[in-house]
Design a protein around this ligand. Sequence first.
Ligand code: NDP
Length: 280
Amino acid sequence: MARLLEGKPVAERIKEEIKAEVAALSRKPVLASIIVGQNPGAQSYVKSQKKAAEALGIEYTLHELAEGMAEQELCDFIGTLNADKNVNGIIIQMPLPPHIDYKKASGFILPGKDAEGMHPANIGNMLFGKARIVPCTPAAVMELLKESAIDLNGKDTVIVGHSEIVGKPLALLLLDKFATVSVCHIGTSRAGKLQEHVSRAEVLIVAVGKAGLIKGEWVREGAVVIDVGINRVGDKIVGDVEFETAQARASCITPVPGGVGPLTVTMLMRNLLEAAKLQR
Ligand code: NDP
């Protein structure tokens, strides 16, 4: 029976480290959060980010902008936050209204103030193994892998899902640890090869958003399984991996909820701290 890789205790430990470093700074770091329009999903992210920031001694300033604002106005607003020496990090809440292109707007954030780690320059630094600000969910996965105590060197590591926010940046972080990385996606499934790849994974990371996509019996005996997926099924939240059958075969597995999720917001705060240190 696999050991559970729970995110909360790992998050608590990292939060203590962040808190101590924040306390040692000469002034409180500031995370500026931009929300455009009234979206309940975005409001709920803001609430949890604010709570997490304040518990660590980070100031969270919320900028609520009008739904109808033009894309250029948002970019100009980001420009004022970039120029403001009191602002250390910036995050744009999703979703944005359909007339605003997230990539264009977020590209205006200075790389050194990019709290989400998604600016092309920060992604580029990952390629060179030099990133200090990294995308939050991949960073959370790496922390959980550290917790599993597995040495990634040479391990057959399979990622399912190649999104820009999870699968692709995660592949770079894993390569940096000398894992042997395969990235599966819809093309792998269409070719009928998903099971084949999953079954040889010593480390399996799934980030798709389809409940039960990965059958428990596909999981290799003793594998480390990180399930990033979040799916609502009836009144329950489940991952992408069939949990009970996978748990019977794996050595370590993340629960959903309670695995990657609790760490993601902590990684955002760690990025903010890194940004503040880089700006000193
Ligand atoms: P995306 O929809 O952006 O990406 C999903 C990926 O899965 C795509 O690469 C897609 O390929 C691939 N895919 C879809 N269907 C299949 C299939 N049948 N077989 C193999 N691959 C497939 O999602 P995200 O990366 O944003 O999120 C993935 C999941 O992780 C979601 O459930 C999300 O809620 C969760 N999540 C959880 C976080 C956390 O903190 N715990 C944070 C971020 C996300 P293609 O694009 O080619 O179709």
